[in-house]
Design a protein around this ligand. Structure first.
Ligand code: COA
Length: 291
């Protein structure tokens, strides 16, 4: 149903994660206690016995909302949205935001090409924020800058500088603690999910037994080949660690996909330089006050 209804996001491929799996209730700062996890509430709309629409919300986030094209303009979408807004209000939330729950997000906002849905939400009291977020897509097959050899060379360079580059172990909880302490937010949550991927979708750089950098894929939107989060501890920046770990992840993603989506990006020039950007997606940040 989600595959039929969602043109811009691969919601069908990650339906279980968006409709039923928990996500962080907040994104606390570095060194803060880990955020509480919140389970979503999922709603379905049925036409007789056929499921024609779904929506899910988790605390103040609308995780997903979709109605199959053949059942549109019959009030299903409005009813699903109202169910989510009522659930959020009853849970004491005073505002809602679309899709962008840190740690468990379908996308960092609504794809700007999805003008009809954006306008539909605006007619229902939702308002766009000025911020525009971006994902970039990198070709991971047929891209001479993404290869096992290039990843190995980048790792070798780091080794010459005294670093160890390796895939993280699935039970590497010390990494989660180190990332929580340095970076915080929803990153430890995403990282824990990426560690659980098979094989673990996390690569690390270490020196003298301490973490210096990490990069992950398939934490959020697991199975879709999304990259992130990644971070290098400030004292170790500028040493090629981010590049070596990004390449290791891109090679991983290339075993299952032809493109890797780098989500909710910070420094675009970094990705451009390491692997070249094949295309980009822009997202509208949209939300509403509930009071
Ligand atoms: C956005 C979306 C969920 C709307 O679903 P929907 O079921 O068509 O929503 P509704 O039927 O409640 O509203 C659609 C229009 O039909 C109208 N409508 C409702 N009942 C109607 C009826 N019985 N007869 C005629 N029109 C009707 C509504 O008034 C509304 O028009 P308006 O927006 O001008 O007020 C749907 O377009 C969709 O699935 N889009 C793709 C997924 C997506 O992008 N989701 C957004 C991410 S959160």
């Amino acid at each position: 149903m989600l595959e039929t209804a969602c043109t811009f996001d691969r919601a069908g491929a990650v339906a279980e994660e968006k409709l039923f799996e928990p996500g962080p209730a907040s994104a606390p700062g570095p060194g803060s206690p880990p955020p509480a996890l919140v389970k979503p509430l999922a709603f379905g709309a049925w036409d007789e016995t056929a499921l024609v629409g779904v929506a899910a919300c988790a605390s103040r986030w609308l995780r997903v909302l979709a109605v199959v094209p053949a059942a549109r303009r019959r009030g299903f979408g409005s009813a699903l949205l109202a169910a989510c807004e009522t659930a959020a209000r009853s849970a004491g939330e005073t505002r809602m935001s679309a899709l962008d729950q840190p740690g468990n997000y379908l996308a960092p906002g609504i794809d700007e090409r999805n003008v009809e849905s954006i306008a539909w939400l605006e007619r229902r009291g939702w308002a766009r924020k000025p911020e525009v977020r971006m994902n970039v897509l990198i070709d991971v097959r047929g891209n001479e800058r993404v290869s096992i050899e290039r990843a190995a060379r980048a790792a070798e360079k780091a080794t010459e500088r005294g670093y160890e580059i390796r895939r993280a172990r699935r039970d590497e909880t010390a990494l989660l603690a180190a990332v929580a302490s340095e970076f915080g937010g929803a990153w430890p949550f995403e990282l824990e999910r990426a560690l659980a991927y098979e094989p673990a979708g996390v690569h690390v750089a270490m020196k003298d037994g301490t973490y210096c950098a990490f990069a992950a894929h398939d934490g959020n939107n697991q199975g879709a080949g999304w990259f992130g989060p990644t971070g290098t501890w400030p004292a170790h920046r500028g040493q090629g660690l981010g590049e070596a770990l990004l390449l290791a992840c891109l090679v991983d993603v290339g075993t299952a996909h032809s493109r890797c989506e780098i989500a909710w990006i910070g420094p675009r020039p970094f990705y451009e330089k390491v692997a070249g950007v094949a295309s980009e997606r822009r997202f509208v940040v949209i939300g509403r006050q509930l009071t």
